[in-house]
Structure formats: C-alpha cells, structure tokens
Ligand binder design. Structure first.
Ligand code: VGL
Ligand code: ZN
Length: 227
C-alpha cells in the first residue's frame, strides 16, 4: 500500500478503513458506499415506514468498513414542505398532484428538520459514516435523489464531495427502492459514476404493486448494475 491508500478522508473518522481492494483504492479510482435515508421516519414506528426497512441497517454496518468512503443521505424537510399532504387543503396521503409544474405524490409529514423522525436510525454506526448529505430543504420542490432536487437543477453537494475524494464507483443501498434509492442511482449513473445497487440492502414503499420491480428495471436500463 502506498501512503495515499492509508489516508483517511477526514480526521474525525479514524476507525474507517481504506478500500481493501488495491485495484479500487488508487487515489482517483475509489468506491463509496451511499446509504440512502436510513432515518427513523422510514422504519417501523415512523411517519413513512417502509416495510421491513430496519432490516437493512445491520448490512449497512457490515459493509461500511469495506469502503474508502461512506456517505449517508438525510431527507431533511422544513415543516411547511409542499410534498406533505397536510400542507394542502383536501389532499390525501398517496394522492398524485402537481407541484410547481411537476408530478408529485402527497406524503405524510416526515423527516422534519430537527425531529426524532429525521434522525439517522440509532442502530446505524455513525462512526463509519464520513459525511451526511441533507436534501429536501426547499419547501417548493421534493428531492428524492441524493445528488439533485427533483428538477435536476440544484445540487446537494454529493457529486462534488465524491469527486473531491477521487470516487469513481458508488454502491447504493437504503430506503426506499422505488423513490430515493432509485433516483439516487439514476443520477449517479447519469453523471458518470460506475453505479451498483446492493439489492439486499434496499426496501421499497410499493404504493402500487410492481413499483419496486419497475424501479429495478429502470435502473438496470440506465446502466446500474444490480448486485
Ligand atoms: C422518500 C418519499 C418522500 C424516500 C423520501 O426516502 O424514498 N420517499 N421522501
Ligand atoms: Zn421526503
């Protein structure tokens, strides 16, 4: 190993090991693990619980030390976010509507900034996470992807962070397969990262039966390797 392989991406996470696979650990060819929205509101007891969502946390803890860099996304909405059904008169959870010209699903109030529901799941080992990317802060637009808002315009800082650290390959897992995981993977592939989806580490909302399968098909068609 040369010296650059043993450098840690930031100083407050000395417990994280560099990528063990030498062919992936060159300074400009690194793999990152992206943990999507592993937050209390997306698991049992939460406002937008994804069936069996908490089951992926042990896998996240197990895989994280194998990556050069681990980034978690955090859905982080203001209370007046317009994706919440409760912020519209006569709109029910699960209904589709148009939000500033974009198709939008009306969600229950979830992941409100500063609430317990928005916190990362306690069982997730924070010491293995180098960086947290927050998204969904603009009340006028939803942000499923960890890279850009749903308009594809405003960047979250994820791409810059990964590129600054020489990351070329991303492995993605988390919640929910048919929303934030899907759009994070599609954006990653679109902007040129070699993109792998860790299927075992994902669970979906499945508002309509078949949504998860459709999401996987879309990701595969976009060049995402499902592993
Ligand atoms: C998500 C709906 C609304 C997700 C976030 O994490 O998949 N889904 N906000
Ligand atoms: Zn959300």
């Amino acid at each position: 190993m040369n010296s650059s392989n043993s450098e840690t991406p930031n100083s407050h996470s000395p417990s994280v090991s560099p990528e063990p696979n030498a062919s992936l650990s060159a300074p400009h060819n690194r793999s990152a693990l992206i943990l999507v929205d592993l937050q209390n509101d997306f698991v049992t007891g939460g406002a937008l619980a994804v069936p069996d969502g908490a089951a992926v946390v042990p896998l996240a803890n197990q895989l994280a030390p194998k990556f050069y860099l681990v980034v978690a996304t955090q859905d982080w909405h203001p209370a007046d976010h317009q994706s919440f059904a409760a912020n519209h008169v006569g709109l029910r959870v699960g209904e589709s509507f148009e939000l500033h010209g974009r198709p939008q699903i009306a969600w229950p109030v979830h992941c409100v900034q500063g609430t317990l529901g928005a916190e990362l799941i306690a069982d997730l080992n924070r010491n293995l996470i180098h960086h947290v990317i927050r998204k969904g802060e603009d009340p006028t637009i939803d942000s499923y992807s960890g890279f850009f808002d749903n308009g594809g315009v405003r960047a979250t800082g994820m791409e810059q962070y990964l590129r600054d650290h020489g990351v070329t390959t991303v492995f993605i897992m988390g919640l929910a397969t048919d929303y934030c995981v899907k759009f994070t993977a599609l954006d990653a592939a679109k902007i040129g990262f070699a993109t792998r989806l860790i299927l075992e580490g994902c669970r979906g909302v499945e508002l309509q039966p078949g949504d998860c399968q459709q999401a996987l098909d879309q990701m595969r068609a976009a060049g995402v390797e499902i592993i």
